[in-house]
Design a protein around this ligand. Structure first.
Ligand SMILES: [Fe+2]
Length: 329
């Protein structure tokens, strides 16, 4: 794989900040505490539950017998929601435009001229009986993109301790990404492996041997525990996956990534604007890797409950339109 393009879109100049940025630049990941208040986190938990209930399929957060797919809108891996224009619901945009959230990404990149991903949310219910699931350590950056190019984030709304479902990061793996892919590597043959024809889908699923390779090279696999209102950031070259909740707490998360607008090509901004106008979601990438996400399929057929607009559209503030790529900075 010697011919791959290597490009760092951001280089840390060695500045010591005295905050979470030092940890981020050292290990490629960091938790930022209290980005929003516990009250705001509770509000977002409630809005997520209401959104699940808006489909009228009998989902009840207090009745575990309803925690099955037939009572839920179509999701990915039992908990991730990208369809139904949910990525543009008012409460989702409210989270993206929380000043505390914008401030984190502005500090990280050294600019507040940012684009945000139209990314999904994760509502993970413990003990889902009909969930077929296996861990899938992966990166959302393809080995065809080498270098520091994107930072992912998730805003956490519910208490998240050892027993609660959550994010597992291979701490330090982003620093070894380029070295790892100097050799030809084959994606693990996982059930969620993307089809071969989608060869530029930014997803690489690692095998158990690969996981061992990173551990042998000094990385540590850690479960990220967080309080409501905390945000975790990781360099997109970091191996990660989720674990299922083992306690009683429902996991509530919003994926949020922001990158400098200057990273985006004009044609990508144009496409992003079109996706926004069509209420379509994106991948985790704010500035590239944009493509229409498929419609929700239930038993292989288009879900008749599909929506082509959010239930509650967001308020079109200046900041929102800038983050969406619609308005210039
Ligand atoms: Fe991921």
């Amino acid at each position: 794989m010697g011919s791959l393009e290597f490009k760092d879109l951001f280089t840390h100049d060695g500045t010591v900040y005295g905050d979470w940025r030092d940890e981020f630049h050292k290990n490629g990941c960091a938790v930022v505490k209290n980005v929003i208040s516990p009250e705001r986190a509770a509000y977002y938990r409630q809005k997520q539950i209401e959104w699940l209930q808006s489909f009228g399929r009998g989902f009840d957060p207090n009745d575990e017998s309803t925690w099955t797919q037939e009572h839920l809108p179509v999701n990915f891996k039992g908990s991730m929601y990208f369809a139904y224009s949910s990525t543009h619901e008012k409460f989702v945009w409210e989270a993206r435009t929380e000043q505390g959230v914008i401030d984190v990404f502005s500090k990280l990149w050294g600019t507040d001229e940012l684009l945000v991903s139209f990314d999904g949310m994760n509502i993970a219910l413990p003990r889902q009986k009909d969930l077929k699931w296996s861990p899938w350590p992966h990166t959302d950056q393809s080995p065809e993109r080498l270098g520091m190019q994107c930072v992912q984030g998730l805003l956490n709304y519910a208490p998240n301790g050892d027993k609660d479902g959550g994010l597992i990061l291979m701490k330090g793996s982003s620093k070894l990404f380029n070295e790892f892919f100097q050799e030809t590597r084959k994606q693990a043959d996982h059930e969620d492996k993307p089809p071969e024809e989608e060869n530029f889908k930014d997803l690489f699923i690692f095998s158990e041997d690969d996981v061992r390779w990173f551990k042998d090279h000094g990385c540590e696999q850690v479960k990220i525990n967080m309080a409501p209102g905390d945000l975790v950031l990781w360099d997109s070259r970091t191996m990660h996956h989720a674990c299922l909740p083992e306690g009683d707490q429902i996991r509530h998360v919003q994926y949020i990534c922001m990158t400098p607008k200057k990273f985006a090509k004009a044609e990508d901004v144009e496409m992003k604007v079109q996706l926004f106008k069509d209420w379509q979601g994106t991948t985790h990438w704010p500035h590239c890797n944009l493509r229409v996400q498929g419609p929700p399929l239930r038993d292989g057929k288009l879900d008749p409950q599909n929506r082509d607009r959010p239930l509650e559209p967001p308020e079109m503030t200046n900041r929102l339109l800038q983050l969406a790529g619609v308005k210039a900075y």
